[in-house]
Design a protein around this ligand. Structure first.
Ligand SMILES: *[C@@H]1O[C@H](CO)[C@@H](O)[C@H](O)[C@H]1NC(C)=O
Ligand SMILES: *[C@@H]1O[C@H](CO)[C@@H](O)[C@H](O)[C@H]1NC(C)=O
Ligand SMILES: *[C@@H]1O[C@H](CO)[C@@H](O)[C@H](O)[C@H]1NC(C)=O
Ligand SMILES: *[C@@H]1O[C@H](CO)[C@@H](O)[C@H](O)[C@H]1NC(C)=O
Ligand SMILES: *[C@@H]1O[C@H](CO)[C@@H](O)[C@H](O)[C@H]1NC(C)=O
Length: 317
């Protein structure tokens, strides 16, 4: 509706400017233009300029980087005197967020992967053990150098520290407003497609890619999580996800589901030489829960606005 009205305004304006041009020619012929004509001409010029500005601003909001919740895909390219100037700073980026202990075993593959990519098209964030930094000495992948988080924590497998680290990565990656898709990856993840393919694939969708399902055999839900998490919202799925900025914000900003996981989703501590069935031992009655394969899935199922129907669901066979 608005666009139609504005287009009409444009035609209106165009016909008026044409009139202005005629008036100008007329004025030239007459040599002595009356002040009234000059005043009118100035008025038209001013109105034309304002309308053009208005149209530009409108186009910007329609097709600019923040249109359709910030997921633009088209880099703005302007041509000037035969030269191509790319406004690279406006292009959406993919954020690659790695969870690793220390070195990245498959960095040779990632190096190849990032080699074909312009630096303004992606960001890398690595959560490694505190104090570890990536340098030429321990990785051949240039994109990993100095990309470790400086506020990393000690992560224990199966503990809430794992999802805490995920949230640290998301919080850091969200600092860059150009990051529009967020990939959570492990040190053993490898790219199966080239960057262009992945970029176009995720950017063409407004949805997150989250593996999420209800596991009938899963008894990790803890009734103490009520009322924050009701049992029908309990989900399971792969830890490795690709998120839109909206979902990344929901997870990084979550202040209800996360504390509930910290308090009530804990793995059972077994001694190193443990072999038997924990249910027949003194561990009976204690609850075993591994947070990282439930947290994001359950949070997105609990959140009434960003519920998982906004995600593409893919379950493993
Ligand atoms: C911007 O992008 C173009 C093409 O994608 C590239 O040729 C150019 O070097 C980039 N400029 C900067 C400053 O990164
Ligand atoms: C961590 O600090 C180092 C040194 O100040 C810096 O080079 C690096 O980029 C920082 N890491 C991140 C993810 O910002
Ligand atoms: C990336 O992969 C796509 C399809 O998988 C292919 O068409 C394209 O040529 C590849 N691009 C490069 C730079 O290798
Ligand atoms: C398991 O052991 C770790 C230390 O090894 C401890 O911090 C944690 O609280 C224990 N968890 C439970 C559920 O007892
Ligand atoms: C219970 O577990 C401990 C090790 O944590 C083991 O030494 C003990 O034999 C187990 N008891 C039974 C009844 O299996």
């Amino acid at each position: 509706m608005l666009v139609i009205v504005r287009t009409e305004k444009l035609f209106d304006w165009l016909s008026r400017t044409r009139r202005t041009v005629f008036l100008q020619a007329d004025m030239k012929r007459k040599a002595t233009a009356s002040p009234r004509w000059r005043w009118k001409f100035g008025g038209f010029l001013l109105m034309g300029t304002l309308l053009t500005l208005f149209m530009l601003v409108h186009l910007q909001t329609l097709f600019g980087p923040d249109a359709s919740d910030g997921a633009n895909t088209v880099p703005v390219v302007t041509s000037f005197e035969g030269q191509q100037f790319s406004l690279n700073r406006t292009k959406s980026k993919l954020a690659f967020m790695f969870l690793t202990g220390h070195n990245m075993a498959l960095d040779i593959l990632w190096n190849q992967f990032f080699e074909e990519v312009e630096e303004h098209e992606y960001s890398v964030y690595i959560h490694a053990r505190p104090g570890y930094s990536f340098s030429k000495g321990n990785t051949i992948c240039r994109s990993f150098i100095n990309r470790q988080l400086n506020n990393s924590i000690l992560v224990e497998w199966g503990e809430a520290t794992m999802i805490r680290a995920e949230r640290l990565l998301l919080t850091e990656a969200l600092q860059d407003p150009l990051n529009q898709r967020f990939f959570l990856l492990s040190d053993s993840c490898i790219p199966l497609y080239n960057f262009t393919h992945i970029y176009n694939y995720v950017m063409s969708s407004q949805k997150s890619f989250v593996d999420s399902f209800v596991d009938k055999n899963d008894d990790q839900y803890n009734i103490l999580m009520e009322p924050v998490i009701s049992e029908d919202k309990w989900r399971k799925g792969s830890q490795w996800v690709a998120l839109t900025r909206k979902h990344a914000e929901v997870i990084a900003g979550d202040s209800t589901v996360f504390p509930s996981f910290v308090d009530h989703c804990k793995k059972i501590n077994l001694s190193d030489n443990w072999k038997g069935d924990p249910m027949n031992n003194e561990t009976i009655g204690r609850h075993n829960c591994i947070p990282d394969e439930h947290y994001i899935q359950t949070l997105l199922a609990v959140d009434p606005i960003y519920a998982l129907r906004h995600c593409l669901r893919r379950t493993h066979p």
